[in-house]
Write a protein that binds this ligand. Structure first.
Ligand code: AMP
Length: 551
C-alpha cells in the first residue's frame, strides 16, 4: 500500500499530465496481475470495479468518528485540520500521524478490508475500518481514505489511468480505450493490456458492454454521404428503453443504457430467456406491448426503476424486447462481425415471444430512404435508424455506422405567453419561452410547449429587453408577457399532456424563425395541433407500431 500511496502522492505533486502518466505507468509496470487489477481500480477513485456493482455503504459520519477515535488530537484541533485540507483523505492522513502502529499492508489486505466493510451491517462497518487504519502509516491512510470516499483529488481522471496503462505496457491508447469500452472495467482492462490480449475485444458475459450510439442526421442524402455506403439498412426507431440482455443457462441479467442492472423490472424477459436454446448477449429496446400492440412510452414508465413487479402490473403493462443486435453467441464474441452476419445469426435463433426482431428494410438510395422514412412516420414513429450493413459493433461509440434520421414533424406559428430566466451560460437573460396557439372555440390562447433553443445570443439579449418591457406579471423566476411575439417552432412529436390547458405538449420544440411579420391573430390553432396529433399519434398508430417483424 505504501507504494500505491507514494505513486499517488507523486502524481498529485505534479500538474503536468505527461509526468502524471509516466509516474503512474512506471508504478503499474512494477505490479503483478492481481495488484495491477486492484491498483487501476483504486487509482480511479473506486473501492470496487463497476462490474461488481458493489457499494461500501459507509457514511461520512462513521468514517470521521473512526479517524477521530484513533487520532490523539482533540475535536477542535481536528476541526481546524479539516478546514485546512477540505479533503477527507488528506485530513485523515495528518489526523492519525503518530497514533498508529504501522505494519506492512498489501493491496490484497486493502481489498479484504473493503469487502469486510461492505458486507458488515450498520455500526459493525467501523471495526474493520479501524483495525486497518491502526496498521497503516499516515501516507497509506491518506490514500486508503481517498479510495473509500471515492475521490482521489490528485488530478487523475479515468482517462489518465487509461493513458498510464498505455504507457506501462506500450500499447496504443486507442487500443486501451477499446478494451475498456468492452470490459467496462479499468482493472480488467489493465490486466488484458499487460497480457497483450487484444483481440480481447472478447466479451465477458455479465459485465455490461457500453452501448453503440447513433449520430443524428436530418436528410436522407446526408445519411448516404456521411455513411459512404451504396445501400443502407433501416430499422424502426422504437420509443422504449434501451436494454442489454446477458443470458447463460439459468442466469439472466439486464442492463439499462447507463449500464445499471434492471433485471428485476422485467421478469417476463428473464423467464423467456431461460427457455431459449442459446447463451446470448442481445442489444435491443424494451417496449410495453399488449394484445399485439405497442403501448405508449407513458405506460412503459410504470415498469421502469422497479426491483420487483407484481402480477397485476405484469398483466396491465406487459413488456417485450425488440432485439436489433447480437454481440455474443454461445461463447463467441461477434463485435467484429459485420451487421449482416450478426443479423443472420440473430434470425437463426428462432426467437419467440417476448422476443421480437426489429423491423428491417434495405434502402438503395436517398429517394428510397425518404420513402421508408415517410412510411415509418405514418406508422407513428418519430424517426428511423439507418445502419451500415457492413459495420462492426463499436461499443460506446457515436460514429457514422449508425445514424438516426429525424425530421421535424411540422412547424407551427405560436405566440410567447411567458418567459423564464435562464441558467448557467444563460443566467441573467430571459431565454426560456412558453408559447401558445389559439383555441378558436373559446377565443383564448392555450399553451402547448416551451422552447429554449434556436436563437442566437444576440437575439436572446434583444428579446430580454423586449420582454422586460412587455411584462404583465412578474413571478420572480418567470414573467407573464403580453402575447405579441410570434415565433415559428419546429418539433418532432406531440404528446397528450396534463401540464398544459390545451391538453397537448410539443416534444423537442425549437425556434426556427422570429415572425415579426405575422400578426398574433394569424397564429396556428389548437385544432391544427389536434389534427397533427390524430394523424401521426392517434389510435391508428398504436396498431401500426406493432408491425414488429415476428419471427
Ligand atoms: P437517441 O436516444 O435519440 O440518441 O436515439 C438512440 C436510441 O434509440 C437508442 O439508444 C435506442 O434506445 C433507441 N432505438 C430504438 N430503435 C432502435 C434501433 N432499431 N436500433 C438502435 N437503437 C434504437
Amino acid at each position: 500500500m505504501i507504494e500505491f500511496a507514494n505513486a499517488g502522492a507523486a502524481v498529485g505533486a505534479t500538474p503536468a499530465t505527461l509526468e502524471k502518466t509516466r509516474i503512474l505507468g512506471a508504478y503499474f509496470r512494477s505490479l503483478d496481475e492481481a495488484d495491477l487489477r486492484r491498483a487501476a481500480v483504486y487509482m480511479s477513485g473506486r473501492a470496487f470495479p463497476p462490474s461488481q456493482r458493489r457499494t461500501l455503504g459507509l457514511g461520512w459520519q462513521t468514517l470521521s468518528k473512526v479517524i477521530s477515535s484513533i487520532s490523539s488530537r482533540d475535536e477542535e484541533d481536528l476541526g481546524a485540520l479539516f478546514r485546512k485540507h477540505a479533503d477527507l483523505g488528506d485530513w485523515a492522513g495528518e489526523a492519525v500521524d503518530g497514533a498508529t502502529q504501522p505494519a506492512p499492508v498489501k493491496l490484497a489486505d486493502v481489498e479484504a478490508t473493503l469487502e469486510a466493510i461492505r458486507s458488515a451491517r450498520g455500526n459493525a462497518k467501523a471495526a474493520p475500518l479501524e483495525a486497518m487504519v491502526r496498521r497503516m502509516d499516515p501516507a497509506s491512510t491518506r490514500f486508503f481514505i481517498k479510495i473509500i470516499s471515492g475521490e482521489m483529488r490528485i488530478g487523475l481522471s479515468e482517462g489518465l489511468v487509461e493513458a498510464a496503462i498505455a504507457e506501462a505496457f506500450d500499447v496504443p491508447i486507442t487500443q486501451v480505450k477499446r478494451v475498456h469500452l468492452v470490459t467496462g472495467d479499468i482493472g480488467e482492462t489493465a490486466v488484458r493490456c499487460k497480457r497483450g490480449e487484444f483481440e480481447a475485444s472478447k466479451i465477458t458475459l455479465f459485465q455490461p458492454v457500453r452501448f453503440m450510439l447513433a449520430s443524428p442526421v436530418e436528410a436522407p442524402e446526408e445519411a448516404f454521404t456521411r455513411m459512404g455506403a451504396e445501400s443502407v439498412w433501416t430499422e424502426e426507431k422504437y420509443d422504449g428503453v434501451r436494454c442489454q440482455m446477458h443470458r447463460e443457462g439459468e442466469r439472466v441479467e439486464l442492463f439499462s443504457r447507463d449500464l445499471k442492472e434492471t433485471t428485476g423490472a422485467f421478469p417476463e424477459l428473464v423467464e423467456g430467456a431461460k427457455t431459449m436454446g442459446h447463451d446470448v448477449l442481445f442489444d435491443g429496446e424494451v417496449l410495453a406491448h399488449r394484445d399485439g400492440r405497442v403501448l405508449r412510452f407513458f405506460e412503459l414508465q410504470h415498469r421502469l426503476g422497479r426491483k420487483k413487479v407484481d402480477d397485476e402490473l405484469r398483466r396491465d403493462v406487459p413488456v417485450v424486447l425488440v432485439i436489433f443486435d447480437l454481440l455474443w453467441l454461445d461463447g463467441r464474441t461477434l463485435l467484429d462481425e459485420p451487421l449482416t452476419e450478426r443479423r443472420k445469426l440473430l434470425e437463426g435463433l428462432g426467437l419467440e415471444h417476448p422476443f421480437l426482431l426489429a423491423r428491417l428494410e434495405e434502402a438503395t438510395g436517398p429517394e428510397h430512404l425518404d420513402r421508408v422514412f415517410k412510411e415509418t412516420r405514418e406508422r407513428g414513429n418519430e424517426g428511423l435508424m439507418v445502419k451500415d450493413p457492413l459495420s462492426p459493433y463499436t461499443p460506446g461509440r457515436r460514429g457514422l455506422a449508425w445514424l438516426k434520421l429525424k425530421r421535424p414533424l411540422a412547424t407551427l406559428d405560436v405566440v410567447v405567453t411567458a418567459v423564464e430566466w435562464g441558467h448557467g451560460k444563460r443566467r441573467g437573460v430571459l431565454s426560456d419561452y412558453t408559447f401558445a396557439v389559439k383555441d378558436t372555440r373559446s377565443g383564448k390562447l392555450v399553451n402547448v410547449g416551451k422552447a429554449y433553443t434556436g436563437l442566437t445570443d444576440a437575439e436572446i439579449a434583444e428579446f430580454t429587453k423586449r420582454f422586460l418591457e412587455m411584462t404583465i406579471e412578474d413571478q420572480g423566476f418567470r414573467r407573464m408577457v403580453r402575447p405579441e411575439v410570434v415565433l415559428e417552432v419546429a418539433f418532432d412529436s406531440i404528446q397528450h399532456s396534463g401540464r398544459h390547458m390545451s391538453g397537448y405538449a410539443l416534444r423537442f420544440p425549437r425556434i426556427v424563425r422570429i415572425r415579426d411579420d405575422k400578426p398574433v391573430e394569424e397564429i396556428d390553432t389548437l385544432a391544427r395541433v389536434a389534427e397533427l396529433y390524430d394523424r401521426y399519434f392517434g389510435e391508428k398508430s398504436e396498431v401500426a407500431l406493432s408491425e414488429v417483424a415476428e419471427t
